[in-house]
Design a protein around this ligand. Structure first.
Ligand code: ARG
Length: 601
């Protein structure tokens, strides 16, 4: 599997630094950066010279000589085989400014990398996390409620992370932590039992119909709960019968869960995300364990009774009045809430699911909750040191007015409607690009384009930032959008289709490369390193920017280097190899974000 050229270069420079500076350079970062003056620059000599009180220019000259012995530094690639150069990928090193090293790679080294990636279905990127298990908690909508844009973000980011981490070789266990438990179910069940007609008339109905009657049920039940003290009383008793396992109550609860799932599945299918029913492990699942978790925490002294409630305190968590704000494991009325469930879930995820990494894709407003839950779980030993728990937080979705995204009436935007309107917007884009397309095909393409656009808009902004939901911008053919990338990918395939029959994409390592070819090859070579950072930092937007830059590097290449009309068969084949690798990289990159890239659009 291919190490990126920048990584090989880093190893070489590290070795040369040690050869010249000895122990002082051991463990030092060679500080390799892309450069405008050469392919890369290495900036490590300056800080090291300072540390050893040496002359930076003089040291840099010696490091350069160690990298490319003087007699060979001008040698062209053609002579490479006859020189005993210790670093076969470097063509030239130049000392610049106070002691930077400008490094130029051999064209043959770029070609060899292209060849190696092209011949591999993983494009030369090795899996690095085989044998490790990530549990990822994402999507997490609430039963009998409309999903909101926060759930959309969690679903889209979570799905991308699932794909990225699986590609890296991890076993990924998806957990859809549905909000399917809590005292509100007393009110909902009671209302449903008293008003059987609240259900839709048709047994077979869509997810849209399901969420619509549930929303009405929720609204009506709440209204009655607030207006009628006797109903409120019956609702509270219903919570108790439900918890006691009463058959009628359970059946009503199960019906609401099933109806909601019908709706969630409709949304997931439209979004083309990998969540399935088996991934739904909601809050109710942990109900049988809560009392035991509470008792255990109390017995270990991690939680203490305070005004009747079972609480965990933290030195650094205080309210505005300076009073400590505890994590409440059990309320004074004996009820368990959100925190107890999350603690029980950690135990399950570590002990039963064998996670060594647990991710929570939840909006940043819950940061304090997760900090307290993780800390509590560490104190209790539920979360051992070697298990990583990360709150993968994200910002809010805003309307064009910069305020939280709502309908004009101030209500939650209905997700199905939102996704439908993304597809409607995309129809215009598809027709603009391809006016001959018939309506049916235009609609089919618009689905791919519109849904991709919604996902990409989310994934291409830095996760922790808020972003503005603007469909017109999302489906634009210009700028950093999935639409631009999908069309770039399709155009690249049309170039491949135009090649004279029998043309193979084959690397000819002996050919000298044009600057635009070198830039494209170098950028292609950074794919693996980009994926590594994305998976380590849970930052899909870095992959999005990588792909956008790749599409731009390709445009620049294609303007400067004719492919179909290349000057010779060898050059054409060599360029075809770059074209194909660009297409494959765009496709795989988009796929890892959860966005499909058809060959024809
Ligand atoms: N259902 C919750 C909500 O809609 C999010 C749950 C997040 N996950 C968790 N393990 N607490 O806000």
């Amino acid at each position: 599997m291919a190490k990126a050229l920048s990584e090989i270069l880093a190893d070489d420079v590290r070795a040369a630094l040690i050869a010249v500076l000895g122990d002082a350079a051991r463990g030092a970062d060679p500080l390799i950066r892309p450069s405008d003056h050469a392919d890369f620059q290495a900036n490590a000599v300056l800080p090291l010279a300072k540390a050893v009180k040496g002359n930076p220019r003089e040291l840099a000259t010696r490091v350069a000589a160690a990298l490319v012995p003087a007699a060979d530094s001008d040698a062209a690639d053609a002579h490479a085989a006859t020189t005993a150069a210790p670093t076969p990928i470097i063509a030239a090193v130049e000392v610049a400014g106070p002691g930077f090293l400008n490094l130029t790679l051999r064209d043959s080294a770029l070609a060899a990398q292209t060849a190696e990636r092209l011949g591999d279905p993983r494009l030369g990127v090795p899996p690095t996390a085989l044998g490790r298990t990530t549990v990822i908690d994402y999507s997490q909508p609430n039963i009998a409620k409309e999903m909101h844009v926060g759930h959309l973000r969690s679903t889209v980011i979570g799905d991308a992370l699932v794909r990225l981490l699986e590609f890296d070789g991890r076993t990924v266990v998806r957990q859809n932590h549905l909000g399917d438990w809590g005292t509100q179910f007393g009110m909902l069940i009671q209302y449903l039992v008293e008003h059987p007609g609240a259900r839709p008339a048709e047994a077979e109905h869509s997810g849209e119909v399901a969420i619509s009657w549930l929303t009405t049920l929720y609204r009506d039940a709440r209204a009655e709960f607030e207006a009628d003290a006797e109903f409120a009383d019956r609702a509270r008793k219903r919570v108790v019968t439900l918890q006691g396992g009463d058959a009628e109550s359970l059946a009503a609860w199960e019906e609401m869960v099933a109806e909601s799932k019908r709706y969630f599945e409709d949304v997931y299918a439209r979004l083309d995300v990998r969540l399935v029913d088996a991934d739904a492990v909601g809050e109710s699942f942990y109900n049988p364990y809560l009392a035991e978790v509470a008792a255990d925490l109390e017995q270990r002294g991690v939680a203490v009774r305070s005004n009747g409630a079972l609480c965990v305190f933290f030195d650094d968590v205080k309210g505005p009045d300076g009073e400590p704000v505890p994590l409440i494991v059990q309320k004074s009325d004996g009820g368990f809430g959100y925190a107890a469930t999350d603690l029980a879930a950690i135990r399950y995820r570590v002990d039963t699911l064998k996670a060594d990494q647990i991710l929570y894709v939840v909006d940043s407003r819950q940061a304090l909750h997760f900090r307290m839950v993780f800390e509590t779980a560490r104190r209790a030993g539920y979360l051992p040191d070697e298990v990583e728990a990360v709150h993968v937080q994200f910002g809010s979705v805003l309307g064009k007015d910069g305020k939280p995204f709502k309908t004009r009436a101030g209500q939650t935007v209905r997700l199905i409607e939102l996704l439908d309107s993304a597809v409607d917007h995309a129809v215009a884009t598809v027709e603009e690009k391809n006016p001959e397309l018939d309506a049916e095909h235009a609609r089919a393409e618009a689905k791919v384009v519109g849904i991709g656009a919604v996902k990409y808009a989310d994934l291409s902004t830095s996760r922790t930032k808020d972003y503005i939901f603007d469909l017109d911008r999302m489906v634009s053919l210009h700028g950093n959008t999935s639409v631009y990338l999908q069309y770039a990918h399709a155009r690249i395939h049309s170039i491949l289709r135009k090649l004279p029959a029998g043309t193979v994409s084959r690397v000819h390592a002996e050919l000298a490369l044009e600057p635009a070819e070198r830039r494209l090859a170098l950028h292609l070579d950074e794919f693996g390193a980009t994926l590594a950072t994305v998976s380590a930092e849970f930052e899909p937007h870095r992959l999005a920017s990588y792909l956008y830059t790749l599409a731009q590097a390709f445009s620049d290449f294609y303007e400067n280097c004719p492919v179909v009309k290349a000057p010779s068969d060898e050059v054409r084949e060599n360029r075809a190899a770059l074209v194909r690798l660009t297409a494959d990289t765009l496709k795989l990159g988009l796929e890892l974000l959860g966005i499909s890239a058809p060959e024809q659009l």
